[in-house]
Design a protein around this ligand. Structure first.
Ligand code: ATP
Ligand code: MG
Length: 432
């Protein structure tokens, strides 16, 4: 029988890869905590209607990328393709949005049936932040500060650049969309099939096309900036002033639109050149209409989502993960002969109690001295503690050898009841 394989575009994260994930996750948690954001968790599965009403019926995600199915009772459900919709649904359902402000973060898997390639998967992880009840642009800038602080903490600042744009209100975009359609209609032959369809259903998405022929056809097209209301332009102007006063570098990209319909006013994206085609690592903006669109009271809102896989690719290729995260064993306990098993397991307990920061591995399953020592070296541990019966056939174990697993091979013999203290001395020496 053939072995079953994982679903295309859905990856396993193996133990050798998890240090990078742990490093990224713990750094993200530290940074959001510094900004006083609080965690929210919401289901992976929601009613399909939630995503249709928030992301938009005429978007790539809803039209062709969602994993949707009918539940046994006929309910239409979908695996979440992004986090904002579920976050809003949960926050509103539990009364977190009315008459108050919230700063929230989330983390978890998202699902989109896209063509898998490097940096683009069908199950991927996002980290997101969402802020509710604040008009901005101060809160927008705070969110951008948070992103900036995360890149700094990960030592990725020099590889990422921030692009911003003002996409105005829904009404502004409707007027602009009509003008864009009118501009594109006589040029329909220069467009690809996707853009010809989008030209009527969602003309702004044509701007986002990666097809050079389509970009060519857009030369001289109406500019969104000419259609945005004064209120929106003022917000954007103030945002730029604040960014400049804080020394946060950005580039304005008038073609930047997001693939989700709920955004308004300022939108932004951090991109990198170091990943090839999949260069966007974080995208976000304001979405002041979404809560109401989902049936809640009008609520100001803003946030972003980070693609974790793309950051993991960057951290690995740029070798940015601290060596301590890669270390998986510190002390390896070797036990030779029957009498040593019990003593060695008890010693492991004592060491774990005395030095909770150390990773202690007890060799299990027996085996010859040379084999056990080989495993100890392969584990990457700094020290081996070797317990061995005093004589062949004897069950008496009175002393242990502590061996440095480096080229020096330095070994000391200590009484069994002195092992814990001696390991402590090694620790202070290596810290000094
Ligand atoms: P892209 O332009 O790369 O398709 P997007 O605009 O669809 O991105 P968003 O919906 O804004 O992405 O999601 C935020 C972030 O999530 C993206 O910047 C990206 O880093 C990541 N992301 C989106 N889709 C995927 C995917 N299929 N696989 C891996 N990461 C993804
Ligand atoms: Mg996309």
């Amino acid at each position: 029988m053939s072995k079953l394989q994982s679903i295309k575009g859905m990856n396993d994260i193996l133990p050798d890869q998890s240090p990078t994930w742990q490093y990224l996750e713990s750094t993200f948690r530290k940074v959001v905590a510094r900004f006083a954001y609080r965690e929210i968790r919401f289901p992976i599965l929601e009613h399909t209607q939630l995503f249709k009403r928030s992301i938009g019926e005429v978007t790539d995600i809803v039209e062709k990328e969602m994993y949707s199915f009918a539940d046994r009772n006929g309910d239409n459900l979908s695996l979440r393709p992004e986090g904002t919709a579920g976050c809003v649904r949960a926050a509103d359902q539990h009364g977190l949005l009315y008459n108050q402000t919230q700063r929230l973060w989330y983390q978890g898997p998202m699902f989109r049936r896209e063509k898998p390639q490097k940096g683009r998967y069908r199950q991927f992880q996002q980290f997101g932040v969402e802020a509710f009840g604040m008009a901005g642009p101060d809160i927008d800038v705070e969110i951008l500060q948070l992103g900036t602080a995360l890149w700094q903490a990960l030592a990725l600042t020099e590889y990422l650049s921030l692009e911003i744009n003002n996409i105005g209100s829904a009404q502004d975009r409707q007027r602009f969309g009509a003008a864009l359609t009118a501009f594109l209609e006589p040029r329909a032959e220069q467009l690809d099939e996707d853009a010809r369809r989008r030209m009527y259903t969602n003309p702004l998405r044509v701007l986002d096309s990666k097809n050079p022929a389509v970009q060519e056809a857009l030369q001289g097209a109406p500019e969104l900036a000419d259609f945005v209301s004064e209120e929106s332009a003022t917000h954007y102007q103030r945002l730029r002033e604040l960014l400049e006063s804080l020394g946060i570098e950005y580039r304005e990209n008038p073609r930047l639109v997001r693939g989700l319909d709920y955004y308004n006013n300022c939108v932004y994206e951090w991109t990198t050149e170091s990943l090839g085609a999949q260069g966007a690592v974080c995208g976000g903006g304001r979405y002041d209409g979404l809560v109401q669109q989902l049936g809640g009271r009008p609520t100001l809102a803003a946030g972003f989502a980070i693609g974790a896989e793309r950051l993991v690719l960057m951290l690995d290729s740029l070798d940015k993960v601290a060596a301590s995260y890669r270390q998986s064993v510190d002390v390896y306990l070797v036990a030779i002969g029957d009498g040593s098993t019990e003593k060695s397991l008890a010693l492991a307990t004592a060491l774990r109690g005395a030095y909770p920061q150390l990773r202690i591995l007890s060799h299990c399953g027996g085996g010859k001295y040379n084999n056990q020592l080989k495993r100890a070296f392969a584990s990457g541990a700094a020290l081996a503690v070797i317990l061995e019966s005093e004589a062949a056939g004897s069950e008496v174990v009175e002393a242990a050898r502590i061996r440095r697993l480096d080229d020096s091979g330095e070994t000391v013999r200590v009484a069994l009841d002195a092992v814990v203290a001696t390991i402590g001395e090694y620790l202070t020496k290596s810290e000094a």
